[in-house]
Design a protein around this ligand. Sequence first.
Ligand code: NAD
Length: 253
Amino acid sequence: MKTIVITGSASGIGAATAQHYSAAGCRVIGIDLRGADIEADLSCASGRDKAISEVLQRSNGHIDSLICCAGLGGNHPPALVASVNYFGVTVLLDGLFEALRASGGNAVVVASVAATQGNWDGHPLREAFLAGNEEQARTLATDAGHGMLAYAASKHAIVCHIRAQSKIWGEAGVRLNAVAPGAVETPLLQQSMDDPLIGKATRDFLPPLGRRAQPAEIAQVIAFLASDAAVYVHGSLLVADGGIDAMSRPQRF
Ligand code: NAD
């Protein structure tokens, strides 16, 4: 039986992914703030340590897939967004790497189409993320103002991190990929729709496909990347956004 570890398993895309794997007869170990097998706060070092040690204990050090879904939208305090969306992912990837290697496993990180928008080249916030400097990233994220900037920067940086890890992880036989959803009907999107600053724009916007995604539709993309059908896919960002990225920058990819 395969062991699948899913962060953010209590809601939205993470819950749909947990459902997908449970229905397929896999053993799911969910991590979330509440309502999960392991209740841990991925915004801080002690919570990440707790999550890693409990996963290693429950899995006997063998994991087939790690799916990182936990995340916060841009309506949350920017420093918190930086901590959860970037360091809550990289620390888990590092901490569970050996357990993935032991099974010839793989990891999939849920980024966002926001990762592909804007130009972050040389931006101090991106550099702080990539340097692994959480304190500086939190300060710069706060200085940037609205949490949407921290959100986009954290998602862009996590994709950069995955690409930078592709050699080490590939040589270890552990595939590492990311998914970039667009607008998915979850509590996170609803919070953005209710936000006084970005709510109207979020509500009014529809992707080229003419509708927002359902969480289960993104779970299927995640499951594909984690499956043997994607055995040669590594270091990739799979955009599953109903056409938002293609529409917004048709000549850049
Ligand atoms: P969601 O709010 O439904 O689920 C996110 C989960 O993460 C929640 O269960 C929450 O409790 C958990 N979480 C948040 N902070 C945490 C912490 N400190 N420690 C542990 N768990 C924590 O949101 P969702 O839309 O399913 O989001 C899943 C991922 O998809 C996120 O990374 C998000 O950025 C990304 N994403 C979502 C959309 C969208 O439109 N919904 C679009 C692009 C990307």
